[in-house]
Structure formats: C-alpha cells, structure tokens
Design a protein around this ligand. Structure first.
Ligand code: OGA
Ligand code: NI
Length: 381
C-alpha cells in the first residue's frame, strides 16, 4: 500500500524529479535503508563521505539564510527567577505573551530544573543511540501505537516529503499512561523518568503563564487538559559529510499544545521570524519553549505556532530532547476549538474544533511536507 502510494505521488512530482534528481527506484532505496534498522547513525558509521540520494533535498530546503539584507534579531530569553513575586510575575507574563504572539518561541532560564538532570538526559539519549546496534534494533518500529519507538524519519515513506532527514529518533509516550519501566530502553530509563517529572512541573507553570497571557484564569489551559498527554522524543543528528545537501529536520511546526526542548551545544535549530531563519543559540541550562499548532488553534491565532528546522552539520552528533505536551495519537474524546472566552463579534472562531488524535493523525499522514496542518482546520471566510 505504502509502496503504491509513494510511487504514485513521486511520479506526479515530476517537476521535482526533472529539476533535481534522476528517476530511480526511490521506494526500494528507502526500504533498504529502513530495513537496516540502524538509522542514519548506521550510515554515518560506515564512513561513506557521500550522502545517499534519498537524503538529498532541493537546494531551497537546505539553504542557510533567506535573503542578503538580513536584520539582526535577538531571540527572546525569559528569566523565571522571582516568578512568585507579584511585580516580577506580571513582567514575566507580559514577556511570555509578547514572545508567544510575535515569535511563537522563547528560551527559559532559571526554570528550576537542575543542570545535572539536563546533562544526564542528554547523556542518556547519547547512550541509547550509541549502544550496541543489536540491542537498539529491538526498539526500532513504525508502529505508532507503541509507547516506546525508535525510528529514523517518522515520515520516511510520506509521498509528500521529497527527501529523508539526517536524524534518528526515540519517542516515548509518558502520559496519560506511563509505560512500565521495563518498556523503556535501559540506556536512558532512569533519567527519562526523572526528567519527565521535572518537565511536567515546568510545563504546568508554563501553561499557567500562557493562560494568564491570554487574560484567562491561570488554571484555564491545564483545566482543558493541555498537560494531560506528554511524550518525550530524543533526537540524534549524526555528523554529516555533506551538510549542504541535506537537512537535520525539515521545516515544520509542532502538532502539540507546547514543546519544551533541551538541546546540546552544537546548534543548528532555526526559527522562521519575519521571513528569515533565526538561530536559536544553544545556551547552557536553558530550555527552548514553543507554541504548537493546537495552542494556536485554541487561542484563535493569538499565539502562533511557528515553523522551525534543524540544519545538518559536519560536527556531531547533535542531541536534542523535545518534550511534547499532547496526547498525540492516544484516543481521547475531548474536542478542542477556539476558547469561547476569547471570542467576540470581531473575533469569530477561525478554526473548526477537533480531537487531538484527529489532528495528530492528519499531521502524521502529511509528514513534514512544508505546509501547516492548521490550514486543514481553518474556517474559510
Ligand atoms: C521537533 C523539533 C528540533 C530539534 O522534534 O519537533 O523541532 O532541535 N526538534 O531537534
Ligand atoms: Ni518541532
């Protein structure tokens, strides 16, 4: 089924084929790569100095910057120190609102998660990806119902995605139902559980700030169960011999309420802001927060879910650990539409209501194809 679909659309995508790549049996090459279950790391370890063609993107996907007359922007940083002091609290809420409305992204410092926990989490992720391949392979799966799944390119076979990305991932669904400890890979089990607890607390504090920023009761978003579902991804971006040909993560927005991301010091994460790609500078101890599609939807476009990407790099590996606040494909009956308290005659609902599962299924089917899944839910006026 996947084979037919992929072939059908790739032959439709003639412009891409003609301008960029010769015709070849792309599906077989994707499948051969997938069957190794060794991911991009397996390829990088062979020492081959050429990126296989299934990873080669059109130049416009990979280019480093968007125009020659670039403005200099300072990526927003939010210091959570003193959050319980009323005057400081208001200042923090104002900054969260401002960043969420204009960037959809900010970094937080003094968030209360001890540095050793962050370092150990990055280390645990590295141990998972760098362990004995035979053990790592046991977790390799494309079954999206699995709570723990190691996979390279969740959208590898998507007919809408022109090329694979230079990245491997491990996804763990931590809530609403925490897997039993034995289901987690031993390489990162303990730290994953500890990191998850800390992240849950931070996520709830962020949802309070974001609620207040919308002029709502601090518990509003939490009471809507925006923190009900949590998954942690661990991404491993091996050093890439030809970073000018491929990308670490293709541009996309996140199909969640919010994402809180821990990254190491390699860099490469970029955010789309005022038609430019802006680097998110790796900052020791900081966490990157971004608004996801579902929060844009329920805030009726007050907060924005912004596209971002990760460049590949000759230096590596780069490791990142995003924490997604969403129940994902887990069935949950709750319907989410624009929050009533935010609507008025001059601000009518801009989106149809949906379940998180419905939204996630649509998003995953599409893959990182360069368009926003929100468009599918937009009410056309
Ligand atoms: C993601 C993502 C960025 C990174 O997983 O959605 O954008 O730095 N990751 O790995
Ligand atoms: Ni993302």
């Amino acid at each position: 089924m996947e084979k037919i679909e992929a072939k059908m659309v790739f032959s439709r995508d003639e412009e891409f084929q003609a301008s960029f790549q010769p015709n070849y049996d792309r599906y077989s090459e994707l499948k051969a790569f997938d069957d190794t279950k060794a991911g991009v790391k397996g390829l990088a370890d062979t020492g081959n100095i050429e990126v296989p063609r299934i990873f080669v993107h059109p130049p416009e996907t990979v280019h480093k910057s968007s125009c020659s007359t670039e403005k200099v922007f300072i990526f927003p940083v939010l210091d959570l120190q003193g959050i319980d002091h009323p005057s400081k609290h208001k200042e923090i809420v104002d900054k969260v609102r401002d960043a969420s409305e204009t960037w959809g992204f900010f970094q937080v410092i003094n968030h209360g998660i001890p540095l050793p926990v962050l370092e150990e989490m990055l280390q645990g992720a590295r141990q998972f990806f760098e362990q004995d391949i035979e053990i790592k392979k046991q977790h390799y799966t494309r079954d999206t119902t699995k709570k723990v799944a190691h996979v390279s390119n969740f959208d590898l076979y998507s007919p809408f995605v022109p090329a694979a990305s230079w990245r491997d991932s491990l996804y763990c669904l931590m809530a609403p139902n925490l897997p039993s400890p034995e289901e987690f890979p031993t390489a990162c089990r303990d730290i994953l559980m500890e990191f998850s607890k800390h992240m849950m607390n931070l996520g709830c504090s962020l949802l309070e700030l974001l609620s207040e920023g919308l002029g709502l009761n601090p518990c509003h978003l939490k009471n809507m169960n925006c923190a009900e579902g949590l998954s942690i991804a661990q991404h491993y971006y091996p050093a890439c011999p030809q970073p000018e040909l491929t990308i670490g993560t293709r541009q996309h927005s996140d199909c969640v309420f919010i994402t809180v991301l821990l990254q190491d010091d390699i860099g490469g994460l970029q955010v789309r802001h005022q038609k430019q790609w802006i680097d998110v500078p790796p900052t020791p101890g900081a966490l990157v927060v971004n608004i996801g599609d579902l929060l844009q939807l329920i805030s009726n476009d007050k907060y924005i879910s912004v596209e971002h990407r990760v460049l590949s790099n000759k230096v590596g590996p780069r490791i990142s650990v995003p924490r997604f606040f969403s129940t994902g494909a887990f069935p949950s009956p709750r319907i989410y539409g624009p929050i009533k308290e935010l609507l008025s005659e001059c601000n009518p609902p801009k989106y149809r209501a949906t379940t998180v599962k419905d939204y996630t299924d649509y998003f995953r089917k599409k893959g990182f194809d360069g368009t926003s899944a929100l468009l599918h839910y937009k009410i056309l006026s």
